[in-house]
Design a protein around this ligand. Structure first.
Ligand SMILES: CC(C)(COP(=O)(O)OP(=O)(O)OC[C@H]1O[C@@H](n2cnc3c(N)ncnc32)[C@H](O)[C@@H]1OP(=O)(O)O)[C@@H](O)C(=O)NCCC(=O)NCCS
Length: 132
């Protein structure tokens, strides 16, 4: 969280980019972000999303400076919503950004199958097969 009097001065971007560099170096291929909307900053706030949850998400609008605007500026895409995650009408919005090129299957495979589940918090080494 960035101190209010330092918002919009590049601190948030620097923090997220640094975190992305660290997890990419660990062999992790995608960053996922969950963001609540308890202050009612988006068009989803207070709305009963059922039964057309995906329709509501497709019409999502950032009404009053919700951080989804920040993450979108950094290349993140909205990928989903968990209805009522924090109480009725208080949903969690999910975003993601791929950190490696789609064709780099070696890193993706290592990250998802071997290293990430066991020790992603402590900094795994990614060992790529030689000659592949
Ligand atoms: C959201 C937050 C992390 C952004 O950090 P920041 O240092 O203010 O953001 P930056 O200055 O690095 O902004 C990077 C870009 O995103 C834009 N941006 C920042 N906050 C934005 C917002 N709320 N809505 C839309 N765009 C935003 C900036 O204008 C800038 O755009 P540019 O590429 O045209 O220069 C910070 O404002 C914050 O901590 N807010 C309060 C707590 C919070 O909402 N946390 C997130 C919970 S998920």
């Amino acid at each position: 969280m960035v101190r209010v009097d330092r918002e919009r001065s590049g601190v948030g971007r620097m923090l997220v980019r640094d975190l992305e560099d660290r997890v990419r170096a660990m062999g992790i291929h995608t960053m996922f972000v969950g963001s609540d909307d308890e202050l009612g900053l988006t068009s989803l706030a207070g709305v009963d999303l059922y039964p057309d949850v995906i329709g509501h998400l497709a019409r999502l609008q950032n009404l009053r400076g919700h951080p989804i605007g920040f993450y979108r500026r950094l290349g993140y895409s909205v990928i989903g919503v968990m209805p009522d995650a924090n109480g009725f009408g208080q949903h969690d919005i999910y975003l993601a950004r791929r950190l490696v090129p789609q064709h780099d299957r070696r890193v993706m495979a290592r990250a998802s199958c071997r290293h990430a589940p066991d020790n992603w918090l402590t900094g795994p080494q990614v060992h790529l097969p030689s000659g592949s």
